[in-house]
Each structure stands twice: as C-alpha cells, then as structure tokens.
Design a protein around this ligand. Structure first.
Ligand SMILES: C[S@@+](CC[C@H](N)C(=O)[O-])C[C@H]1O[C@@H](n2cnc3c(N)ncnc32)[C@H](O)[C@@H]1O
Length: 277
C-alpha cells in the first residue's frame, strides 16, 4: 500500500490506460499487456507516435526550464504521467533547487510510483486528482501546503486536455485554474492534433490513421479528443501566449536542430506557454 492508499493489486489491467500506453511509447516498463496491445495498434496506424511522445516530453522540459529561469518557483503538473526521467522537479531544480512541485494525475499507477520517483526528495507532493475538477484539486491540503497562491505558479497541462471532451469544457477548466492563480503565473500546455503541419506542402489529415487511433482510445479509460489549432489556442484564455505562440512542439524555443517539415507534420502535438498578466 502506498501513501495514496493504493496497492499494486488495485491496478486495473483489464483496459488500456493512457498513462501506461504513453509510457510504452516512451520505451518505459510500467505498462501491461493490455496497454502494449493498444499502443501497438496506435503504432501500426501512426508509426511516428513514439517520435511525437519524445518531442512532447522534450517540449515539457524546455518549457519548465524557461519558466523557472523566468522566476517561477512553484509548479502544478496535472496529468503528470508515469515518472520519466528527467521529471518536472528534476528539470526545474537544475535551474533553481528550491522549486516546489505539486503533481496531480488521476491514474493510480502514477500514484504507486510517485513516492519513489517524484516526491521522495521533498518539496514535491503527489495527489490523485482529476483535471476536470479544478476546485477539488485546488482545495487539496497537499496542494495548498506546497503552493503559495499569492506567488506566480506554472500550471502544466501537458498532453492531458485531449483526454477532456468538449462537453467537459476544457476552456472552462483552464479558466477555473487561471482564476486561482496570480498575475505572472504561466500555463504550459500541449495538445494532440490530426491537423497537418501548415509548413508541409504535402500535409493532409490521414483520416484512416486518425480514426483508427481515436478508435483504439475509445476502449481505453479515457478517449482521445484531437483538436485543431483553432480549438487549442482559445484554451489559453487569460494566459497570453509567449513567443513563438502555439506551434508544433519541436518549434517551441528549440535548443538544437529543428526537424524538417515532414517530421513536423508527423509530430502531432501543438505546444505553447502563456502568461497571465
Ligand atoms: C500522455 S500522458 C502525459 C504525461 C506528461 N504530462 C507528459 O506530457 O509527458 C497523459 C497523462 O494524463 C493523465 N490524465 C488523463 N486524464 C486525466 C484527468 N482527467 N485528470 C488527471 N490526469 C489525467 C493520464 O493518466 C496520463 O498520466
């Protein structure tokens, strides 16, 4: 039994879980046969999904580095995922060792690993929580102990809002968090899309691949809601997008060579960072 009250036997292995499928894309070992089968379906339909997952992870790391260098000292990372080194607190603490991190995910498997890999070093906590219930997350004592809501916060919603349906109102969710955060706070957001990259002349939405991937996630514990740029950009709400805006994740303040248009087309995440004025 871990500190969240979950034992390894409580892990559901009857259905694929997005956290564990993502772990498989990233080459991790914290997944089960049901996840690997579903992930392999996705890989068959869209072989570049692993490339996208790695590019998304690299975006998260660059964005965290930038916001901490910019002076933010506390982070709420919702949709944490199964720990994958370097994790948010590790990246942040390279820039400033005093950064505090509240991790939140609704998947028990993340909770089972959190003690050893996320929160073991102190000044970091994990809570099982659902992004669709911002009030509950914001009210959690573990979050309020770590986060001073009078000081700027970086809210990470990286590769999580595509698990929220339109009816569940992703913009309203972001707005509820934004209301609780002071000026100078940042939103780091990435989101999956089926839209072709605008800089790739041969770019088309591969409808068959898209439908196959979405179909696979229908059997998982959370469905996939792919969105175009026009639907993702408004999610920033009160957070004003910083340069270079909402872009394919490898284009967000790259720290190395940038892939060509075809690879950007295959990298199916938009990413951006916004600041609340
Ligand atoms: C694709 S992973 C992203 C992990 C990490 N943020 C990253 O980008 O590398 C998505 C994570 O969001 C979590 N998730 C999905 N729906 C959620 C929800 N409604 N509330 C909280 N977490 C959720 C999943 O359990 C999974 O760990």
């Amino acid at each position: 039994m871990n500190q969240q009250g979950f034992a390894a036997e409580d892990i559901d292995t009857s259905r694929p879980h997005p956290a564990r499928m993502y772990d498989y894309y990233l080459g991790g070992w914290d997944n089960y046969e049901v996840d690997r089968q579903a992930a392999e379906h996705v890989i068959r339909a869209h072989p570049q999904v692993r490339l996208s997952a790695r590019a998304n992870r690299a975006f998260l790391q660059r964005a965290v580095r930038e916001v901490v260098r910019g002076g933010v000292r506390q982070i709420i990372d919702i949709g944490t995922g199964i720990p994958t080194s370097p994790n948010t607190h590790e990246v942040a603490r390279e820039a400033d060792p005093d950064v505090r991190v509240a991790y939140v995910d609704n998947d028990p498997i993340v909770a089972t690993h959190a003690g050893a890999k996320l929160t073991g070093t102190g000044r970091a906590g994990f809570v099982l929580g659902d992004v669709r219930d911002p009030e509950a997350i914001l009210a959690r004592p573990e979050v309020r102990e770590l986060i001073d809501f009078n000081e700027p916060v970086a809210l990470l919603l990286v590769a999580v809002l595509h698990f929220v349906t339109d009816e569940e109102d992703p913009a309203g969710i972001v707005a509820a968090f934004a209301d609780a955060l002071p000026a100078g706070s940042h939103l780091v957001l990435s989101h999956a899309t089926a839209e072709p990259y605008e800089g790739y002349a041969d770019g088309r939405t591969d409808v068959k691949a898209r439908d196959s991937v979405v179909g696979t996630y229908k059997n998982a514990t959370a469905g996939l809601n792919l969105r175009d740029r026009a639907a993702v950009e408004p999610l920033f709400g009160a957070f004003e997008l910083l340069d270079p805006g909402l872009v394919r994740v490898p284009l967000w303040r790259p720290d190395g060579p940038v892939p060509g248009p075809e690879e950007l087309n295959d990298t199916i995440f938009y990413g951006g960072v916004g600041r609340k004025g």
